[in-house]
Write a protein that binds this ligand. Structure first.
Ligand SMILES: Cc1cc2nc3c(=O)[nH]c(=O)nc-3n(C[C@H](O)[C@H](O)[C@H](O)COP(=O)(O)OP(=O)(O)OC[C@H]3O[C@@H](n4cnc5c(N)ncnc54)[C@H](O)[C@@H]3O)c2cc1C
Length: 660
């Protein structure tokens, strides 16, 4: 019989659910907290905030990361900002509106109750971070400043220049450091979780590899929390940090944690275009640039051809020959439509031949109008570090004047193109952020929770910090309440022994393949398959072909991989091989999910299911559910689909409209 998922959404009206939950959930008394150990894997914004909060509450925390410092978690890369419903601009914002925008932005595929809670705690996050000293941008009078992000008609994004993630992570890190100093958090840097240990059906510990010595070590606890980030690097080229991986999440999946909505992958519209096949990383140009930058391509095909041939420059094309296609198609939101909509619109123009770089795969992002209006100093103050980053990579300065025509100054436009950026899918969790394995929790980008089929800009930091500072510290107590009566589990137990042996055997298997291909060459091939067949535009035939290719690639990995060196000591190639093994399985999950979902929604675009105007066409009658995938005991077997039906109580499900 198919498994049934219990999302544990509390009863009562949506706006009251979280308050009700907090009023009635079980608590752990202060003395008992001292007896309870929690493993938190990850020190990004989700992991660091959870580890610091749990330790401050009295729990003993073991916190792991693969980097040499918690401060190097991928969260540090976040540029543009973090959302909150403070309504400082007095522009009509509210908790309800942030909730509504997030559900609508996610194309009505998120859980209402989770999203309402997220909007509700968003304001607490800002207060918490300000108290930690996070230097958010301020207005002249001292109020915190805001800017706009896609999918919203209000300005609710708090930011610290283009370094918001870095500043927030420093705040979380300072709280974490305090707890490390107090002895409540034991920090394990350069350790990688390789497996979760299950005893009597509950998560009771992990096996981690010391990445410097190569040794496997056992850790036991009363609960395990993974905060290990997203799986964007399954596409090889992405805006994610090179170390981002989904090994912990996939290993939990192999042990019984279901994977939800894996096909919901976000393709960000404003990245620096790919410029060759030697590249291993793509660079994001923050969405905040769409506040003041205007996106366009030429109206005339001959202009596009001249741009592609390099015989014409963007600034030479007169105003009347420019097609500001987002403003044309979506007058109400213009350049600030959500990411999925903006990405598809760019692809549509490039597919029609209007691309502006030598590959024909780029559109312009132009600041001429805003520099005329606000002056270069103001624009540099807002985006200076992003302009510098763009110039360092492309040798073009978007703040430099290119020419003056009819009294109007024209500046060098940026070139941008969509790229893989974020994963809305992830480990399935209930309202308490607990996975289908009791005692195993998942927070931040590695869970599937709050963004539906498309995440709005500046909402990932909000979700990660909401999970870590304000949600998990309550919900985990409901699980831990009766755990204090059990003695600490010894890591000599047979379950620890068996799990460690299995990890060791798997490492030996990989080392002994002794084939001819490097990890990177297979990873690159994986990326090509994913982008071509499971990328921005998906079809039944393409996905079926993609699945075949992925299975063949797994075979190639299993028989022709070459890892230099030995398993003892530091071996980066071995670590990358472990990640790649899991990216391939994750890629298959993305393809299975995309194939079964015979509709288009948010970041999942099935070309067979689009409106006459080329917009995503949902099928609410048949697909109004979370698609959860259950492992069937072997990587070779197809996973089983389990559905969690969605149930909306206050939002009316309708066709998304950003036109009026
Ligand atoms: C370039 C860029 C800019 C962005 N800008 C914004 C923005 O402006 N606003 C916004 O809201 N969002 C933004 N995002 C998204 C946002 O940064 C991420 O979604 C978010 O930071 C993820 O946080 P996290 O804590 O879940 O995971 P991460 O920050 O990815 O942290 C993962 C942690 O897990 C650890 N880890 C991973 N695997 C293991 C393992 N097996 N064992 C042990 N440890 C492990 C890592 O060491 C790390 O500490 C941006 C993303 C990118 C790529």
């Amino acid at each position: 019989m198919a498994k049934v998922l219990d999302s544990k959404i509390p009863a009562g009206p949506v706006p009251e659910k979280w308050k009700e939950y907090k009023a009635h959930q079980r608590l752990v008394n202060p003395k008992n907290k001292l007896k309870l150990d929690v493993i938190v894997v990850g020190t990004g914004l989700a992991g660091a905030s959870a580890a610091a909060s749990l330790a401050e509450m009295g729990f003993n925390v073991y916190n792991f990361c693969i980097q040499d410092s918690p401060r190097r978690a991928h969260s540090i890369a976040a540029q543009g900002g973090i959302n909150a419903a403070k309504n400082y601009q007095n522009d009509g914002d509210s908790v309800y509106r942030l909730f509504y925008d997030t559900v609508k932005g996610g194309d009505y595929r998120a859980r209402e109750a989770n999203v309402y809670r997220l909007a509700e705690v968003s304001n607490n996050i800002i207060d918490q971070c300000v108290a930690q000293g996070v230097p958010f941008a301020r207005e002249y009078g001292g109020m915190l400043a805001n800017r706009s992000f896609g999918g919203a008609q209000v300005s609710r994004t708090f930011y610290a220049k283009g370094q918001t993630g870095q500043q927030l992570l420093l705040g979380a890190y300072s709280s974490l450091s305090k707890e490390v100093q107090r002895g409540k958090v034991k920090l394990f840097t350069r350790y990688e979780m390789e497996d979760v240990v299950i005893i009597d059906g509950r998560a009771r510990g992990i096996i981690a590899k010391n990445l410097v010595t190569g040794k496997l070590e056992r850790f036991s606890a009363n609960a395990v929390v993974i905060a290990t980030g997203g799986y964007g690097n399954a596409y090889f080229l992405s805006t994610n940090a090179m170390g981002c991986n989904c090994t912990a999440a996939i290993q939990c999946y192999r042990k019984g944690a279901m994977m939800a909505n894996p096909s919901y992958v976000q393709i960000h519209p404003t990245c620096i275009p790919v410029h060759g096949d030697k590249q291993s990383k793509l660079t994001l140009m923050s969405e905040s640039l769409r506040n003041d930058g205007r996106i366009w391509v030429p109206k005339k095909l001959e202009d596009a051809k001249a741009l592609q041939a390099g015989t014409k420059q963007g600034y030479e094309i007169p105003e009347e020959d420019r097609d500001y296609y987002l403003e044309r198609r979506y007058p109400a939101f213009g350049n600030l439509v959500p990411r999925d909509v903006a990405s598809r619109a760019a692809k549509e123009r490039c597919d029609k031949g209007f691309g502006v770089n030598n590959t024909g795969l780029a559109v312009f992002l132009d600041f001429s109008e805003s520099i005329q209006r606000l002056g270069i100093d103001e624009i540099r103050q807002r985006y200076g570090n992003l302009f510098d980053m763009y110039e360092e990579i492309t040798d073009v300065n978007p703040g430099e004047k290119a020419c003056t025509r009819n009294g109007v100054d024209y500046y060098y436009p940026m070139m941008i193109f969509p790229a893989i950026h974020y994963t809305m899918g992830g480990v399935w969790v209930d309202y308490e952020l607990q996975t289908t394995i009791p005692g195993l929790f998942a927070i931040g980008e590695c869970n599937f929770s709050d963004h539906g089929a498309n995440r709005l800009g500046a909402s990932a930091l909000m979700q990660g910090l909401a999970d870590g500072y304000f949600v998990l510290p309550y919900t985990i107590q409901n699980y831990l309440a009766d755990q204090a009566i059990w003695p600490r589990l010894s890591t000599d137990m047979p379950e620890f022994e068996a799990t460690e042996k299995a990890v060791e055997a798997e490492i030996d298997r990989l080392m002994n393949i002794k084939g001819k291909r490097s990890v990177d060459s297979i990873h690159k091939e994986l990326g090509h398959i994913m982008w071509e067949h499971v990328g921005m535009g998906r079809t039944k035939e393409g996905l079926e072909e993609g699945l075949k290719l992925l299975k063949a690639l797994r075979k190639e990995f299993d028989t022709n991989l070459f890892i230099p060196g030995s398993k003892e000591g530091l071996n980066v190639e071995l670590d990358k091989a472990i990640h790649l093994r899991d990216f391939i399985l994750m890629g298959e999950l993305v393809a299975y999910d995309a194939l079964h979902r015979e509709e288009s929604c948010g970041g999942h675009f099935r070309e067979e299911h689009q409106t006459e105007e080329g917009e995503a066409k949902r099928d609410d009658e048949n697909f109004f559910y979370v698609g959860c995938w259950d492992y069937q005991g072997s990587d070779d077997k197809a996973p089983e689909l389990i559905k969690e039906p969605l149930n909306y109580e206050i939002i009316k499900v309708q066709q998304r409209n950003y036109k009026n």
